[in-house]
Write a protein that binds this ligand. Structure first.
Ligand code: DC
Length: 232
């Protein structure tokens, strides 16, 4: 592993963008990849989730694009990333768990679809990534935010596999559901995210597709590292 890290020293300052549909393993893969490379990790979805959580807690409707856009520009969202976790803060309040509730998940697509919200978030994300050495993960990181990323990865997996992963994740949190319900939810999110007007989910033409259906998380990270080595 150290060997790989050393060989990748020429990677300094690069931008790696990871995109893909809900449940494709983006977050864990990107965080572990960042740790392996000694890079910063940026979870852009967590920023939209933080905004959604804050809006719901302050009676701002997910449909109120004008208010949400202003809020997106000034809400202080911070991260504290370690190899195993990525803690998220709003005004120094730890909202890591609060941004993953089913209620936030239900409304985040609508919140993140507003043009003004996206514009404000993209400005923040580019600022965070301005010095490179970053793995940025999220819905439009390869197509909008870091259009000139040095390496773009599009992670995907079958709907059934993604639903099963969600099921496991939720079971760990004591949430009881079933695979059919999760499949339906994933299809609904795919549909919404792919068809929305602003920054829909699309695969960048210059992204490498990695189908993770039959891969473990470690396997995904190894695979991406080999890919990076073969390209740079
Ligand atoms: O990756 P995630 O499930 O945490 O993302 C939450 C939502 O935010 C998802 O519905 C897509 C949206 N999102 C986005 O629109 N743009 C991003 N760069 C990241 C996430």
């Amino acid at each position: 592993m150290n060997d790989i890290k050393l060989n990748l020293s020429k990677l300094k300052g690069k931008i790696i963008a990871v995109d893909g549909p809900a449940g494709s393993g983006k977050s864990t893969t990107a965080r572990m990849l960042a740790a392996r490379l000694g890079y910063k990790y940026l979870d852009t979805g967590a920023m939209y989730r933080a905004l959604t959580h804050f809006a719901l807690a302050n009676d701002i409707s997910p449909s109120d694009g004008a208010k949400l856009s202003v809020l997106a520009g000034k809400l202080p969202i911070d991260f504290e990333t370690h190899e195993e976790t990525n803690r998220v803060f709003i005004n120094a309040e730890d909202v890591t768990e609060a941004i993953r509730t089913p209620e936030v998940t239900l409304h985040v697509s609508e919140v993140s679809a507003h043009k003004g919200v996206r514009t404000a978030m993209v400005v923040k994300q580019r600022e965070i990534g301005k010095d490179g050495s970053i793995v940025a993960e999220g819905r439009d990181t390869t197509t909008v935010v870091f259009l000139n990323a040095d390496i773009k990865i599009y992670l995907t997996a079958s709907v059934r596999e993604r639903a099963q992963r969600r099921l496991l994740e939720l079971a760990k949190k004591g949430v009881s559901t079933n695979v059919e319900e999760q499949e339906a939810d994933i299809r609904r999110r795919d549909e919404y995210d792919s068809n929305r007007e602003h920054s829909p989910l699309t695969k960048a033409t210059d992204a490498f597709t990695v189908d993770t259906t039959d891969m473990t998380i470690e396997g995904q990270v190894d695979h991406i590292i080999s890919l990076i080595r073969s390209v740079l």
